[in-house]
Design a protein around this ligand. Structure first.
Ligand code: SF4
Length: 123
């Protein structure tokens, strides 16, 4: 089942959110917008390089993912707690989890492990 879950998760989340299978899903805190689709894969944004028209400095054809995340956080019928999490400082992505199921990592709390020295918001 552990090998099957990443395949199922990707099949569901790729068409909806263009999921890149980072293994630490934060969609609930980013207005249901995948931050891994940012060309800089920033977990916190925007980067400061947003163009005047709201598009990305790396890919001028696309809207800044973080501008989109903010708009969606405001407009989608999301729980208040999810909206409030938008301003959280998210830790760097742990590339060792790439390709694994974020559902499994949520249940096992592996997705809560942060790099040594990183202070989470509860400490
Ligand atoms: S945050 Fe990670 S797991 Fe969630 S949709 Fe984006 S790539 Fe997929």
């Amino acid at each position: 089942m552990r090998k099957l879950l990443p395949i199922i998760e990707h099949a569901i989340k790729k068409p909806i959110w263009d999921c890149r299978m980072c293994g630490q899903c934060v969609l609930h805190s980013t207005g249901m917008t995948c931050p891994m689709t940012c060309p800089k894969t920033l977990r916190n944004g925007p980067c400061g390089g947003v163009r005047e028209n709201g598009n990305c400095e790396v890919n001028p054809e696309m809207q800044c993912i973080w501008a989109k995340a903010y708009e969606r956080k405001e407009s989608l019928p999301l729980p208040k707690s999810w909206r409030d999490h938008f301003n959280d400082l998210r830790p760097p992505v742990d590339m060792r989890l790439e390709g694994t199921s974020s559902w499994v990592n949520l249940v096992t709390r592996r997705d809560q492990e942060v790099p040594a020295g990183w202070l989470d918001r509860d400490s």
